[in-house]
Design a protein around this ligand. Structure first.
Ligand code: ZN
Length: 318
């Protein structure tokens, strides 16, 4: 029987520490890959605390990083109530709360501490694994997902845990995340929490309105990008003053319109407030006169293409 083994290197500052969670050392777990894709010959000894040691012994996986993730998931599960304290409370709220009765007072005093310990353990990053000074390649943390200061082993894991913590049906949270994107977990949770009812029909209605909202946001973004592209800096000296229907069209108004992409009546209407805010600094009368003139000018450009081509002295600027 082969009784030899190798140990992962333990840097000085991490002596007596669990590689998984940072708690005090209890015993080393003898890791053997299963399935053994890389033809591992000897067990690799990994320092554990008592709890992670018992977790690790029940797990059969093909690599150390998967073992780490599975141990973390067991920690998350076991300490879910403690981790949830941070979801439900802030430190100050908990301190100020008026729990009465012995058990509840105890909770107030130790609640935040329990949360912090659980959080530190699940977030603990261990140290880079090497054996006899040679780094062990291929261990990844690429799938980890962090939300609200807590590290999850993957997006999927976060969704499972958070759905429970926030009492949201998991498939529903999954659908919302899929729509809004994984970087918008806070938004997704807020959306799910404000959803009116979780029956299939109610969920479908909420999802439909979310889809519509997102489509609208996307269209607005696109429009504002286009407007920005259109907007350009133009020297006042390049702009010709003109008179239309006995109204003087100010070059300053035209300059503002060109620089803000307000080059049609519709686009100007969208930015009316901004226009007045800008020119009211001179006077309300100025702002009104400029706006009126600009409207006449833009309308002329819209209804009379021939005039635009033949007579508009500023056409090349649009
Ligand atoms: Zn541990």
């Amino acid at each position: 029987m082969n009784t030899s083994y190798v140990s992962i290197d333990v840097p000085f500052e991490f002596r007596h520490t669990c590689w998984f969670c940072g708690e005090p050392y209890y015993e080393s777990h003898a890791f053997m890959a299963k399935p053994n894709y890389d033809d591992q010959v000897e067990p690799i000894m990994v320092p554990c605390c008592q709890e992670c040691f018992s977790f690790a012994n029940d797990i059969k996986v093909s690599s150390l990083d998967i073992l780490r993730d599975k141990v973390k998931e067991k920690l998350h599960k076991k300490y879910q109530k403690h981790l949830q304290i941070g979801v439900n409370w802030t430190k100050e709220e908990l301190e100020d709360s008026e729990f009465e009765g012995k058990a509840l007072e105890g909770f107030r005093e130790s609640g935040w501490k329990m949360f912090e310990i659980a959080k530190e353990r699940v977030n603990y990053r261990g140290w880079a694994v090497s054996i006899d000074g040679i780094p062990v390649e291929g261990l990844t943390t690429a799938f980890q997902f962090e939300f609200d200061g807590i590290v999850y082993t993957s997006l999927n894991h976060a969704v499972t845990q958070l759905a429970t913590a926030y009492a949201i049906p998991q498939p529903y949270l999954e659908q919302v995340i899929e729509l809004v994107g994984r970087d918008k977990m806070a938004y997704a949770l807020r959306f799910c929490k404000t959803t009116y009812g979780y029956s299939p029909a109610e969920r479908e209605t909420s999802l439909a309105s979310l889809r519509a909202l997102l489509a609208e946001e996307k269209a607005n973004q696109l429009a504002s990008t286009i407007n920005k592209k259109r907007a350009k800096k133009i020297a006042i000296s390049e702009i010709k003053e003109l008179i239309l229907h006995r109204t003087m069209i100010s070059p300053y108004a035209i300059q503002w319109a060109l620089e803000h992409g307000a080059t049609t009546l519709q686009l100007l209407a969208e930015q009316e407030d901004a226009f007045f805010e800008h020119f009211n600094q001179e006077s309300e009368l100025t702002a009104f006169t400029y706006f009126n003139g600009l409207q006449i000018y833009l309308e002329q450009r819209e209804i009379d293409p021939e005039w635009v081509a033949q007579s508009d002295p500023n056409n090349h600027l649009f």
